[in-house]
Write a protein that binds this ligand. Structure first.
Ligand SMILES: *[C@@H]1O[C@H](CO)[C@@H](O)[C@H](O)[C@H]1NC(C)=O
Length: 420
């Protein structure tokens, strides 16, 4: 009898769970406001949010929760990710469609003042000659090697007044992040030799960083290094303390090359958690250079009782943000750049719930952010990228709820009296 009752209750719970999961993927119906936004052209970008405006005195540094210039004027990172160099083909996306200068202008027209440029360690190790068809809209890059193409793409951005943060994304060049433990952190030499196609030690990881950043020593708009994407430990192999120590080592080596670079340190467990930084902060040899980074996606939060962010109400969502990373911002301890977040062009209810909560919160704290991603296609198999902000021509913007909210975020102004 008791067993029967138990089975019944479990069945009930299952149906409930199934219903709530299903409701997440019900397509969203647009509010009239969203439709209006998508019919109007984007407002022209605010020139004084860009580093080339002439009002910023470089180099940048940090002060409390903000990235500021030498006069203490805030430079808010309104960034977008431009991927490809960390994937199988070793080439930033779109160079077969448009000249890199055109892509830079596209990014500027969208209002982003900075770009996160991921690379893979394998790209540095092999540095292969890129396949000509991948750079066909950039004839001067045909026959060049991957690092040269990466450098040329970065320089196209900085020439257009866009700041660049270079990001070590993954060890073997592929879409990040599968379950492969070889790519779970900055080193994998503790794993059995036969296991990883691309092996690297901590020292090699740092050496790859030096090889990449050496090319940008004389480029003041290359403002920083995002040391490693989404460190996540299998079986607790990458706890915060271990990562913080490795990040200090790499950060200090880069600061020896150029003391002006910002050093960006992401959270553990796929970039979600900076909780450890409260007791064990990252401390670099140069003061005021440390920026933390957190990633927030709709499926994050899955390990917790309250569930994934796609399901959360706003108070529960904010509580997680504060606990995971935003205490650093709200308590004016250090800047946190939300270097990855994103949603698809045809979202379900769950996506919209996550997005609405996140953007509401980012606006409320006037956050530094980096949207994932610009690209309309994934490099492998040329698969359509539903998170994209441009159409296949790499020029026409996709104007919907995402650009509407980010445009509002970019254009909001925090005066010092409104400081937390
Ligand atoms: C800097 O921004 C201000 C305000 O938007 C604008 O009036 C000025 O022309 C800009 N200067 C440059 C060099 O872009």
């Amino acid at each position: 009898m008791l067993l029967l009752l138990l089975a019944f209750l479990m069945g009930l719970a299952f149906v409930q769970f199934y219903r709530s999961e299903k409701s997440l993927s019900i397509p969203w119906t647009w509010a009239p406001d969203d439709r209006l936004f998508s019919q109007r052209p984007l407002p022209p970008p605010l020139t004084d949010t860009f580093l080339d405006n002439g009002t910023y005195v470089l180099p940048l540094k940090t002060r409390g929760r903000d990235v500021v210039d030498q006069n203490g004027k805030r430079f808010r990172l309104s960034s977008v990710n431009w991927y490809g160099a960390s994937d199988e083909l070793f080439v930033p996306g779109g160079l077969d469609i448009q000249h890199r200068d055109v892509i830079a202008q596209t990014i500027r027209a969208l209002g982003f003042n900075s770009v996160r440029m991921p690379y893979a360690d394998e790209m540095v190790m092999l540095n292969p000659e890129v396949m000509p068809h991948l750079v066909s809209a950039n004839p001067d890059l045909v026959g060049k090697r991957a690092l040269d193409v990466f450098q040329a793409s970065v320089e196209a951005l900085t020439k257009a007044g866009i700041a660049v943060i270079v990001n070590n994304h993954i060890t073997s060049a592929t879409w990040c992040c599968g379950a492969d433990p070889c790519d779970a952190g900055w080193r994998n030499d503790y794993l059995p030799k036969a296991m990883c196609r691309v092996r690297q030690s901590e020292e090699e990881w740092i050496e790859h960083w030096e090889i990449v950043m050496e090319r940008f020593l004389a480029n003041p708009l290359v403002i920083g290094a995002d040391l490693r994407n989404e460190v996540r430990g299998m079986w607790g192999t990458m706890p915060w303390g271990k990562w913080a120590t490795a990040a200090e080592k790499a950060g200090n080596r880069l600061l020896k090359m150029n003391k002006d670079w910002l050093i960006i340190v992401g959270g553990t467990e796929s970039g979600n958690y900076l909780t450890g930084a409260r007791k064990r902060p990252v401390v670099l040899d140069v003061e005021d250079r440390l920026v933390y980074s957190a990633h927030v996606y709709s499926w994050s939060g899955w390990g917790s009782l309250e569930g994934r962010y796609s399901k959360r109400n706003y108070p529960s969502f904010v509580k997680s943000m504060r606990n995971n990373w935003a205490y650093l911002v709200e308590q004016d301890i250090a800047p946190v750049w939300v270097g990855e977040f994103g949603a698809p062009d045809k979202p379900g209810q769950g996506d919209v719930n996550y997005w609405t909560n996140l953007l509401r919160y980012l606006k409320s704290i006037d956050a530094d952010f980096g949207y994932w991603a610009l690209n309309p296609r994934k490099p492998k198999d040329n698969e359509v990228e539903s998170y994209s902000l441009v159409k296949d021509d790499w020029i026409t913007p996709v104007l919907d709820y995402r650009m509407r909210d980010m445009t509002e975020l970019i254009r909001q102004r925090r005066t010092s009296s409104e400081c937390l």
